[in-house]
Design a binder for this molecule. Structure first.
Ligand code: HEM
Length: 242
C-alpha cells in the first residue's frame, strides 16, 4: 500500500476523533463560551450583507457536498441524469454558491479588519479560523472548476466520493483519494483541518444553531432620535432586520 493511501486511510479518523473529543471537551469546560461572540453591537451595516451571503452560500455548498459525496453516480445515472448534465449543474450551482460564500466571508473579514471595535474583539484564534475557512473555500472553488472540465477533466465521483463513503463504513479506501489530482487532495486536507480546529473556535455555534436563527430579525437597537416623548415602544411597527 502506498504512503498516500495509508495517509488518506488514517487522517479522516484522526480528524473525527479530534472533532468528537474536542467538542465534548469544549462543552464540558467552556459551556458559557459556546457562542458566536457576536459583534453586531459594534457594526451592523456590513454584517447585514456579509453574514446572510456567507451563511446561505455555505448552506447550498453543504447540500452540494452531501449530494456529490454521498450519492453514488450510478444512482443519478439511473434517474436519467447523464454525467454531462450532472457536471453542468455542479459547475453552475457550485460556482454561484461558492462565490457567494467567498464574497460573504470576504466582507466579514474586511469588516473585522477595518472596523476598530470589531478588530479589537478579534482574537488570534479567530484569525487562524478565518485563514483555514477562506483557504477551504478557495481550494473548493478551484476543484469545482477542475471537476467540471473548465481547467482540466476529472470526475471526483470516481475517486473522492467513494473514498468519502468508505470512511463511514469503516472500510477506508485511501488509494482512491491518493489517485485524485492534487488539487482535490489539498481541498480535502484543508476541509479536514477545518473540522479538526472546529471545536476550539467560534464555529461551534453551528452545532447549536436553531434553524429559526437563519430567518430571525437582527437584534433591533432603538436610536435616540427615533424615540420621542410619549412614544410607546411597543406601538411602532416591527420591521425585519434583513
Ligand atoms: C472532507 C471534507 C471535504 C471534501 C471531501 C470536499 C470535497 C469537495 C469536492 C469534491 C468539491 C468539488 C465539487 C464539484 O466539483 O461539484 C468541493 C467543492 C467545494 N468545497 Fe469541499 N470538500 C470538503 C470540505 C469542505 C469544507 C469544510 C468547505 C468550506 C468550509 C468546503 C468548501 C467547498 C467549496 C466552497 C466548494 C466549491 C463550491 C461547490 O462546489 O460547492 N469543502 N469540495
Amino acid at each position: 500500500m502506498s504512503a498516500g493511501a495509508i495517509f488518506w486511510n488514517v487522517v479522516p479518523y484522526v480528524t473525527l476523533a479530534v472533532l468528537i473529543v474536542g467538542t465534548w471537551w469544549r462543552y464540558r469546560y467552556d459551556k458559557f463560551g459556546w457562542t458566536t461572540r457576536s459583534s453586531q453591537l459594534y457594526e451592523s451595516r456590513l454584517l447585514r450583507i456579509g453574514s446572510p451571503l456567507f451563511h446561505f452560500g455555505i448552506l447550498v455548498v453543504i447540500i452540494g457536498h452531501i449530494i456529490g459525496l454521498l450519492i453514488p453516480k450510478s444512482w443519478t445515472y439511473s434517474l436519467g441524469i447523464s454525467q454531462h448534465a450532472y457536471h453542468v449543474q455542479a459547475l453552475v450551482l457550485g460556482t454561484i454558491a461558492g462565490l457567494c460564500t467567498l464574497v460573504g466571508v470576504g466582507l466579514l473579514v474586511y469588516r473585522r479588519r477595518t472596523n476598530g471595535p470589531v478588530y479589537s474583539a478579534t482574537t488570534l484564534n479567530d484569525k487562524v479560523m478565518y485563514v483555514v475557512l477562506v483557504a477551504a473555500i478557495v481550494a473548493g472553488l478551484a476543484t469545482t472548476l477542475m471537476g467540471a472540465g473548465v481547467v482540466g477533466e476529472h470526475n471526483y465521483r470516481d475517486t473522492v466520493s467513494p473514498w468519502f463513503r468508505s470512511i463511514w463504513i469503516l472500510q477506508p479506501k485511501g488509494e482512491l483519494l491518493a489517485e485524485a489530482p492534487v488539487s482535490f487532495q489539498i481541498h480535502t486536507l484543508i476541509g479536514l483541518l477545518l473540522f479538526a480546529i472546529w471545536p476550539f473556535t467560534r464555529l461551534v455555534h453551528a452545532f447549536s444553531a436553531p434553524l429559526g436563527y437563519l430567518f430571525r430579525p437582527y437584534i433591533v437597537y432603538r436610536s435616540r432620535d427615533e424615540a420621542r416623548d410619549g412614544d410607546l415602544v411597543g406601538a411602532r411597527p416591527r420591521r425585519r432586520g434583513w
